[in-house]
Design a protein around this ligand. Structure first.
Ligand code: AMP
Ligand code: MG
Length: 342
């Protein structure tokens, strides 16, 4: 496998790998994707194998032009055009009824297909020169945090895929918002950078899949990927929620106690609080004044704690106004829903 720079010739080469049924990891504005030809059942099977992902968990088909959505959808509800005009290219995935062109291997056996037009210039150019639509889930080993740098991809998939296009660190750092428009009311199946309020400005009423916000494990999320046990760090992660002074005091006390018991501790801090913690490995996720910075750094921080091998992790809570729901959705899963209010 080569660690590639992206110039035109290398994108051509990567496109040829896709046309020949191989796998290429590539940068997008959300996270790195692991791409294969969406029309080639064996390429999709290879993606599942490389990730160690269950084959009933469907892939997102990446396109660079709206006509490609029309090419693979059985029918398009009016919301398709409205939402794509508003948010494509960008971090939104649409679920639509599929036609026969898309193999069931790509959709995990479903009669709907997930489609996204990324805005990352390298991704768009890569899809275009490949001449294919590119099926791609996140380019991580199943059960690990999604990759936000080419190095993360390398850590997980070195030797299992044909190439990595290195586009540096991604912009957003969390996976796309998934919006199901195959039923009556558009429904968010996975929160992301594009929020419910942003969608509602364009199409009116939008629902949130009860399965992704319910604490009740019997309410099943509609997106298969949201049902699986998700990434859990090696260390035992707890979110501490409350006013800043209370949170800092709680984490300092709990960390001191854990260290006294001989445990190693990691703390997810912000620029506003990093100087206030007195013990443990303190990693700064970003600034509370810049919620995008928190989204951008979340997965990288979780990987860092795994590399450091800390046994106990305390994190502040990040219910920020806009992207907070998407951040907390990922953080809650990583913490096994373990949050303490102080
Ligand atoms: P990833 O690209 O790794 O973020 O995974 C793609 C996500 O999209 C997973 O959570 C899938 O379950 C979800 N997904 C893909 N296709 C569909 C579909 N047709 N219906 C519902 N969810 C889907
Ligand atoms: Mg994923």
């Amino acid at each position: 496998m080569e660690h590639q720079q992206n110039d035109a010739a290398l994108l051509e080469e990567a496109g040829a790998i896709i046309r020949n049924g191989g796998l290429v990891a590539f940068p997008t504005e959300t996270v790195y994707g692991l791409g294969g030809d969406a029309m080639n059942p064996s390429a999709s099977q290879k993606i599942y194998a490389a990730k160690g992902r269950p084959s009933d968990n469907p892939l997102i088909v990446h396109i660079w032009d709206y006509s490609q959505l029309e090419e693979i959808a059985a029918e398009l509800p009016p919301e398709a055009k409205k939402l794509s005009d508003a948010f494509w290219p960008g971090p939104m995935t649409l679920i639509v009824p599929k036609n026969d062109k898309i193999p069931y291997e790509t959709t995990g056996g479903l009669d709907t297909v997930a489609v996204r037009m990324p805005s990352h210039e390298v991704a768009r150019e890569f899809i275009r020169v490949s001449g294919c639509m590119i099926a791609a889930p996140s380019a991580n080993t199943s059960g690990r945090p999604s990759p936000t740098t080419a190095d993360h991809v390398w850590q997980d998939l070195n030797g299992k895929i044909d190439a990595i296009i290195d586009g540096g660190a991604v912009d957003i750092g969390l996976e796309s918002t998934i919006v199901d428009i195959s039923e009556d009311v558009p429904t968010i199946l996975r929160p992301g950078y594009i929020t419910k309020a942003m969608l509602e400005e364009v199409v009116g009423e939008v629902r949130i899949d009860p399965g992704i916000i319910s604490e009740n494990e019997h309410v099943r999320p509609k997106a298969p990927g949201m049902r699986y046990k998700h990434y859990a760090p090696k260390g035992d992660l707890t979110i501490i929620n409350g006013a800043q002074d209370n949170v800092v005091a709680y984490i300092n006390e709990a960390s001191a106690k854990a260290v006294a018991e001989g445990k190693t501790v990691g703390i997810i801090a912000t620029e506003e609080t990093e100087a206030l913690y007195r013990t443990g490995e303190v990693l700064t996720i970003g600034s509370r004044d810049d919620e995008d910075s928190i989204a951008h750094n979340l997965y990288g921080i979780l990987r860092s704690f795994d590399a450091l091998g800390v046994e106990i992790i305390y994190s502040e809570s990040f219910s920020t106004p806009r992207i907070g729901q998407a951040i907390m959705n990922r953080l809650f899963k990583a913490a096994g829903h373990h949050m303490i209010d102080v």
